[in-house]
Design a protein. Structure first.
Lengths: 268, 110
């Protein structure tokens, strides 16, 4: 089995995790910019982080023969500070030409505030200006439905946004069709305690279709499982889905979306 | 332009996945989760915390499990969601709580 981990915060993981993922069939990993668990104090903190995910982490992944790609942004959890967000947004273009950068992400909303929405819109403008793919984070728990609606409305109202170049991540049963019906790609995140479990993810594939969906573990510094994607493949197979079905969802779908960026290339 | 997607009715439900197997694979883990819910509701009563808005929301959500209608997961998620539509003026903290509670003072954008 082969699969792509299209959303993994690998700076939070150990080399054992890299080894386990590759052993399980992972052939590429993509790392969106993320909140560090605390607010960075200046734009230089972001510059160091962007260097980490565009220079150091690809080298670490390469030791396990794993291609590593990155997305850049200031995460919505830090978007309340509009001055800092402006500084980070101004710095991002310095890194867009890096060979492993696929686009702008994971942008979006956290608590659905006016400031978060403003910074989200600025990221969208940046992505359109530089013709970048967009990876969107949707809020947690009780904030997800409202946040997803705000995100979809903003994206649909922007004349420069092409829905097929946008993936809206962390969908659940109450948001998956809202995303897919408007032409976007959807990401299902597999977490032990929140977002989706492997059985629920397969339920969504069976009921909402599997044409424009990818699965990810989002493995970060919180409670998460870097092998959640291959474990979901097991759930599919146990229900009788074919190996080609699994391959389409876990490999071909992310390849199809990510290949819209010419820098996304896999080796033999 | 909006892309088409496979209609829900064409989602692949393999013939090999027998009704019995679906139950066999999941029943015991789901049974355990249901008992966790029951034990949690007992526990919060014992500790005098049953009035917490999240516990109240959970008790309301549980009713959906047995109403005999489909899309239970979607409807429970919707019931636990913030029903407002406008962005908030200020943040109430970095972390969501799992259930929505009407704010004490207005914080919605006009």
């Amino acid at each position: 089995m082969r699969y792509i981990e299209p959303h993994g915060h690998m700076v939070s993981r150990t080399t054992d995790d890299y080894q386990a993922m590759v052993t399980a069939g992972c052939v590429a990993v993509c790392e969106p910019a993320f909140w560090a668990g605390f607010d960075r104090s200046s734009v230089d903190g972001f510059r160091d982080y962007f260097r980490q995910i565009t220079e150091y982490e690809p080298a670490r992944a390469a030791k396990f023969l794993l291609p590593h790609f990155a997305w850049l942004c200031i995460n919505p959890k830090e978007a309340e500070d509009l001055a800092l967000a402006a500084d980070v947004l101004a710095m991002i273009p310095e890194f867009l030409a890096k060979p492993n950068v696929l686009g702008i992400g994971e942008i979006g909303l956290n608590r659905n505030t006016r400031n978060e929405l403003k910074v989200f819109e600025q990221h969208v403008e940046l992505a359109v200006k530089y013709n970048q793919l967009i990876l969107v984070h949707t809020p947690h728990l009780e904030d997800k439905l409202k946040g997803t609606r705000l995100i979809v409305d903003l994206l649909r109202s922007h004349p420069g946004v092409k829905p097929e170049r946008v993936i809206i991540d962390h969908v659940e049963e109450h948001t998956v069709n809202l995303v897919l019906d408007r032409g976007f790609w959807a990401g299902i995140t597999l977490y032990p305690d929140s977002k989706s479990s492997p059985p629920r993810a397969v339920d969504m594939l069976e009921t909402s279709g599997h044409d424009r969906i990818w699965l990810n573990s989002a493995c970060d510094w919180g409670v998460s499982d870097p092998l959640a994607v291959p474990k979901t493949a097991f759930e599919m197979r146990r229900r009788g889905h074919s190996a080609s079905y699994v391959d389409q969802v876990l490999y071909q779908n992310p390849v199809r979306f990510l290949s819209q960026c010419p820098k996304f290339r896999l080796g033999d | 332009m909006t892309q088409p997607r496979s209609p829900r009715t064409s989602a692949r439900l393999p013939a090999a996945a027998a009704q019995r197997a679906v139950v066999d694979h999941s029943f015991v883990p789901v049974r355990a989760k249901l008992i966790e819910v029951a034990a949690f509701l007992d526990r919060v009563e014992r500790y005098g915390a049953a009035g917490d808005f999240r516990c109240a929301a959970l008790r309301q959500a549980v009713k959906i499990l047995v109403d005999g209608k489909p899309a239970r997961a979607r409807r429970i998620l919707e019931q636990l969601s913030d029903p407002t539509v406008k962005p908030d003026l200020i943040t109430s903290g970095k972390a969501a709580l799992g259930a929505w509670q009407k704010p004490q003072s207005p914080k919605r954008a006009k």
